[in-house]
Design a protein around this ligand. Structure first.
Ligand SMILES: Cc1cc2nc3c(=O)[nH]c(=O)nc-3n(C[C@H](O)[C@H](O)[C@H](O)COP(=O)(O)O)c2cc1C
Length: 386
């Protein structure tokens, strides 16, 4: 499986000092976009591959696991890290560490997390509601980042009655961010229904001084082209669509260069990629056992649509060693062709809308003030997901 050769014809994307040959960004996904998965995606395609979310406080405290998570492989020439935080000082300290120790070439801030344990404390997608806090975090981070491009990723708002993305977009632009990514759902929508791409178009019309990246429900190269043409956005951010399909980044590169070629892997090619993913995870965790435990969650995504029996799927989902993995994969018919539509479309998180859990009185005012800030710093310690 190889990449198209005419990447120079793709629309380029400039994010501060970074120049991307194709306007494609791998969405940060907690528990997924570690260095193993990023390397794999990079082997198939071109783009900016963002780390899973890193908690600013844990970074400042030099938590051992966090320091491991921010590491990149030498092949990752553009090192991109996403930070989460609720305290301007801590976020700015975390950015300062990344810059002073030369650990990143791009830093993204997460304002999109809808998980109750985060929004309950005013973090993630709840945070832009407090305009003063949002502004102070972003301004401080941009300043600390210096020449390193600092970007933000957000949702439309808390719910349909409490949208924040337009004024947060203006504020982020004013603070000097290098791009803004919008997941076109509210926090309350979680991952349900369809992303509202019209909001991406509105943001693009409203915020004209920095690149706008669209995010939500891109499952194919064609979807990416459609989002760009329907919304006028400058680039796309792709999350769930590449779960179990790291070759999607090859499809995206092809689509943007006008090529009709798409990866249509045989079952053998899927098995080989799955095996490589497991191997890279074992390397990342420095433990074959942990790598094998982690690859289990990818089984259903890789084999979606392929005729792999329930028994074998169950055994793959409890695999304990690479040797056992090889034995199981050897029982597949590697010549089976790509199954078409059954292997495509939606995958990963979906679910139904949920009322966003917020701190008491959060919606009463658009500012938090100094007094409210102390109550938020506790929230940073253990957070996962977006
Ligand atoms: C498993 C999972 C973990 C996620 N973790 C993060 C995260 O750490 N930071 C973040 O900004 N968004 C996170 N997200 C949201 C994605 O980055 C993206 O915005 C969302 O999935 C919508 O894009 P998609 O339709 O292409 O998947 C996560 C999503 C999933 C499915």
């Amino acid at each position: 499986m190889s990449l198209p050769t005419t990447i120079s014809h793709a629309p380029a994307l400039t994010i501060g000092s970074l120049s991307l040959d194709v306007p494609v960004v791998l969405a940060p996904m907690a528990g997924i976009t570690n260095t193993a998965f990023r390397r794999l995606c990079r082997e198939f395609g071109v783009g900016l591959y963002v780390s899973e979310m890193i908690t600013s406080r844990a970074l400042v405290e030099r938590n051992k696991e966090t320091m491991r998570l921010i590491q990149h492989h030498e092949s990752e020439t553009t090192r991109s890290i996403q930070l989460y935080g609720v305290d301007p000082k801590t976020v700015s300290e975390a950015v300062t560490i990344l810059v002073a120790e030369d650990r990143a070439d791009h830093i993204d801030l997460n304002f999109g997390c809808p998980v109750p344990k985060v929004t309950r404390k005013g973090g993630g997608s709840a945070l832009p509601w407090k305009q003063d806090l949002f502004r102070d975090i972003v301004e401080g981070a941009v300043k600390a980042a210096g020449d390193i491009p600092l970007t933000v990723k957000m949702r439309k708002g808390i719910d349909a009655d409490h949208l924040t993305y337009l004024e947060a977009g203006k504020a982020a632009e004013g603070a000097g961010v290098s791009s803004i990514a919008l997941h076109a759902r509210t926090a309350s929508e979680f991952y349900s229904g369809q992303a509202d791409w019209s909001a991406i178009a509105t943001l693009k019309e409203t915020v004209t001084g920095v690149p706008i990246l669209g995010n939500g429900d891109i499952w194919s190269g064609e979807d990416a082209l459609r989002m760009m043409s329907e919304t006028g956005c400058d680039g796309v951010v792709v999350g769930r669509g590449c779960l179990g399909r790291p070759w999607l980044f090859g499809d995206l590169a092809a689509a943007f260069t006008g090529s009709e070629t798409r990866f249509r892997p045989t079952l053998g090619q899927v098995a080989t990629t799955f095996r490589r993913h497991a191997e890279l995870l074992a390397e990342f965790f420095e433990s074959e056992e942990r790598g094998c435990r982690d690859i289990r969650k990818h089984v259903a995504w890789y084999f979606k649509g392929y005729p792999v029996g329930g028994d074998l799927r169950a055994r793959l989902a409890t695999v304990e060693s690479l040797e056992q993995l090889d034995e199981l994969l050897a029982t597949l018919d590697w010549t089976l062709p790509y199954p078409g539509a059954d292997a495509e479309g939606q995958r990963g998180r979906a679910g139904s809308p949920k009322r966003t859990v917020l701190p008491d009185g959060w919606l009463d005012s658009r500012t938090l003030g100094a007094a409210g800030r102390g109550t938020l710093t506790e929230t940073e310690a253990d957070t996962s997901g977006g």
